[in-house]
Ligand binder design. Structure first.
Ligand code: FES
Length: 175
């Protein structure tokens, strides 16, 4: 019931699986579904959107995906598990519509950073969905793998990897 809880109004740990603050706005977990909410919560984010965004990744657990906003676009940051890394590395390039080895798409195997816009017509795919357990775009049924590579459906290309650098082991700078 409203008002029954002793917690403060600001209790992000109760609202989302994971919510983090970044220098350029807010971050949320679980991919595209929550993105419109975050965009709404930060109406001035585009005005503050800088050429680059620093993201603290220290609190992203293994197996989790967060979404950050960069230049008005969602960027997925996925902390991949050992199994996901092995699966991504084991894929033969001949199976891929847009052949690209996993190690050319990541700087550190455990971290995948991709722009969260489907390369078909621009919808925002949902994380950990689809046949390849990467992302699934519900608009027309494109499936991406844990390297963000297109595997099935009408999307012609892999999810784009933005320019980014590791500022430290726990912080990346996108852009
Ligand atoms: S926009 Fe993603 S499948 Fe069409």
């Amino acid at each position: 019931m409203k008002g029954d809880h002793s917690s403060t109004p600001h209790n992000p740990s109760r609202r989302d699986i994971l919510t983090l603050a970044t220098s350029a706005g807010a971050v949320t977990a679980v991919g595209g579904v929550a993105w419109p909410l975050i965009a709404q919560m930060n109406p001035d984010a585009s005005a503050r959107a800088l050429a680059s965004t620093e993201v603290d990744i220290s609190t992203v657990p293994e197996g989790q995906i967060i979404t950050v906003k960069w230049r008005g676009k969602p960027v997925f940051i996925r902390h991949r598990t050992e199994k996901e890394i092995k699966d991504a590395q084991a894929v033969s390039l001949t199976e891929l519509p847009d052949p690209e080895p996993d190690d050319k798409r990541v700087q550190k195997p455990q971290w995948l950073v991709v722009i969260g816009i489907c390369t078909h017509l621009g919808c925002i795919p949902t994380g950990k969905e689809g046949e390849y357990d990467g992302w699934f775009c519900p608009c027309h049924g494109s499936s991406y793998d844990v390297s963000g590579r297109i595997r099935q459906g009408p999307a012609p290309n892999n999810l784009e990897v933005p320019n980014y650098t590791f500022v430290s082991d726990t912080k990346i700078k996108i852009g």
